[in-house]
Write a protein that binds this ligand. Structure first.
Ligand code: G3I
Length: 363
């Protein structure tokens, strides 16, 4: 009997040792497997966002899977814009915006609001308002929209593209023509009153290459804050081109971060071709993309993620949002009327070298 017990012990010990060895052998693989982040959001220490068109996401299961895997923040590309919500005079249409917010909530994602006040595409019944009527409209619109989503939108682009396309001057939008720069303070104060917990951003483009525009933007932010306007953050769109100088990207981030405000890279993409910032204004230098070019793009994406982490202190890192994230759906091709490959997923909705480059930059 004792012999049997001793034998039994010996066998059990052997099994334990074997299992232990097997476990030790298996563990590096297992941890390597779990170390692979499921999505970009899992690789980042700050929110990673995607701009979406809710109808496309609802219709296309693969796009929806990418959206929920990669992102923990959502921006609507067009459905929260004034031209959409207030398309018809005297009524506000929240249908698509509501379904986008419901989607973000169902997925436990942060919802970002874009944009309360933007000159682009304004319907005539707004663009034609004069003087006090324009101020009254803006106040009522912002108050109603922000209240509608109160407590459900983490942050808003309160004003979008208030500066000229190039340089540091003010854009002569219908709002500016009627109210001067006062419309900006009015917009922020109204938004703050309507939802005191929402973070309020000023958002603009071109800051990765136009240093005069950066100076203008920061001077404007400074004077608004001096006047007590409640601004919480700066949105830098980052519609980048491969030829942009990363030293300028870095210095812009450093200068913006020195304000102490939240910094949101709000609309990231990266093109090979060029354009003049106007609809239809693309120049197609490049008609086909090579593996070597895709590698260069990956290196640039990696550098951009790294520069953000290096230049923006962690408490100010509001996150990085991709503006469309597949080369199939990118706005660039339609808007500028040219081919390009600006995003981290290709036309077949597969991850590109750019994806892995960006992810390396996050880690
Ligand atoms: O929905 C209509 C469709 O019914 C019609 O057949 C088609 C024909 O032109 O147009 C469709 O609307 C287009 C819409 O995108 C949806 O695709 C508009 O013409 C087009 O102007 C609109 O472009 C959007 C653009 O803003 C203007 O609002 C882009 O999708 C969107 O990516 C872009 O986003 C802006 C940010 O809000 C601010 N920063 C710059 C960024 C890029 O321009």
């Amino acid at each position: 009997m004792r012999k049997y017990i001793a034998m039994h012990y010996l066998v059990s010990l052997l099994i334990l040792l074997l299992v232990g060895c097997a476990d030790r052998d298996a563990s590096p693989q297992a941890s390597a497997a779990t170390a692979e982040p499921a999505g970009l959001k899992d690789a980042a220490s700050f929110p990673i966002g995607g701009a979406i068109n809710i109808r496309r996401v609802n219709e296309d299961a693969k796009l929806r899977a990418i959206t929920t895997t990669e992102f923990n923040s959502i921006t609507s590309t067009n459905d929260m814009k004034m031209y959409r919500i207030a398309a018809r005079e005297g009524q506000l249409d929240f249908a698509r915006a509501d379904s986008t917010v419901a989607f973000a909530e169902a997925q436990g994602m942060r919802m970002f609001g874009h944009a309360l006040v933007w000159h682009y595409g304004l319907p005539d019944h707004i663009a034609g308002l004069q003087g006090a009527a324009m101020a009254d409209f803006l106040t009522a619109y912002i108050d109603t929209v922000v209240n509608h989503f109160r407590g459900r939108i983490d942050g808003w682009d309160v004003v979008n593209e208030v500066l000229d396309t190039k340089g540091g001057g003010m854009r002569r939008s219908p709002f500016y023509q009627q109210l001067g720069t006062d419309y900006i303070g009015l917009a922020f104060r109204t938004a703050r009153r309507a939802d005191p917990d929402a973070k309020l951003f000023i958002n603009d483009f071109g800051t990765e290459r136009d240093t005069a525009k950066v100076t203008g933007l920061l001077a404007l932010v400074d004077s608004l804050r001096g006047a007590g306007v409640p601004i919480d953050g700066i949105g830098l769109q980052w519609h980048q081109q491969m030829g942009d100088d990363t030293a300028v990207v870095r210095s812009t981030l450093r200068r913006a971060a020195a304000t102490g405000l939240l910094i949101h890279v709000s609309e990231l993409d990266l093109i090979f071709n060029t354009h003049n910032d106007e609809a239809g204004g693309g120049t197609e230098h490049v008609q086909a993309v090579t593996p070597a070019m895709l590698e260069q793009q990956a290196e640039r994406y990696e550098a951009l993620a790294r520069i953000y982490r290096q230049e923006v202190p962690a408490p100010q890192q509001y996150g990085i949002t991709f503006w469309d994230f597949t080369d199939r759906d990118t706005w660039i091709k339609g808007f500028f009327d040219m081919g390009d490959w600006p995003t981290v997923y290709d036309e077949n909705l597969e991850r590109k070298p750019a994806y892995f480059g960006f992810r390396r930059g996050l880690q």
